[in-house]
Design a protein around this ligand. Structure first.
Ligand SMILES: [Zn+2]
Length: 242
């Protein structure tokens, strides 16, 4: 029979008499090892304290996360990057489906919250589209890789293409804060439609137009001129309804 302490004690906040062992929160800072507030009251106080200091808590959590992140990243970086030979030895990549399998035919990796398919090899995480490039070409991609259809988990070989940074950013849909939902177009104060394009962080105004279509066409032409096949404009750039 465990030796429970059945003594009762009074909570200094709600003034209820409660069994010492079960109903009082432990507090290491106190000599008797028991808080003078009951569990419920101290939980309330904690919640109140959290609400009052939420900002500080969040900052501290963020700092802890950042510190941890750096540590984890350093640990990963300490491991050597996988070579094409090692990759081909461990996994097979099917260019038609874009899926990696191990030697037993089991699917490898998972789609993470950022939409990318990730695979761990020898304890180090890789995005699967970069592994696909390594597998097919025998070397790491020189720059970024663009998913043609914008589906980050679709790693079919035909869906992947090498892209410089600007090109990859050209292949996006209208932003969430775009009020018209038409990429590169916004409503001006005079009721006309303004077209603009951002190239290498520089904004260029393409003029104002009486219709959305005309403004969108102006954007499409400018994007095509700047980024060629990587440009995405007009209906193709419409935001998908969630
Ligand atoms: Zn209480």
């Amino acid at each position: 029979m465990p030796n429970f302490n059945w003594e009762v004690k009074r909570c200094s906040r709600c003034h209820r008499w409660l069994a010492l062992e079960w109903c009082f929160a432990r507090d290491r800072s106190r000599g008797d090892g028991l808080h003078h507030r009951c569990r419920e009251c101290s939980a309330d106080l904690k919640a109140v304290h959290y609400e009052a200091n939420k900002k500080e808590y969040r900052v501290r959590l963020r700092q802890r996360y950042e510190a941890n992140k750096a540590k984890i990243a350093a640990r990963y970086r300490a491991r050597p990057m996988v070579t094409a030979e090692r990759l081909r030895e461990l996994l097979t990549y099917d260019p038609k489906t874009g899926i990696f399998r191990d030697r037993d035919g089991a699917l490898i990796g998972a789609v993470y919250r950022d939409g990318y398919w990730r695979i761990y090899i020898d304890g180090r995480p890789y995005r699967a589209h970069r592994l696909a490039w390594l597998y097919q070409k025998g070397e790491w991609p020189p720059n970024e890789i663009d998913h043609r259809d914008l589906d980050r988990a679709n790693n079919r070989w035909t869906n992947l293409r090498a892209a410089a940074n600007g090109q990859n950013h050209a292949n996006t849909r209208a932003r969430v804060d775009n009020q018209l939902g038409v990429k590169g177009v916004r409503l001006g104060p005079d009721g006309k439609f303004l077209a603009r394009i951002r190239i290498d962080h520089k904004e260029r105004h393409l003029g104002s137009f009486p219709t959305i279509e005309a403004a969108s066409a102006a954007y499409a032409a400018a994007a095509k001129a700047a980024w060629g096949e990587y440009a995405r404009a007009g209906a193709d750039a419409r935001r998908e309804q969630a």
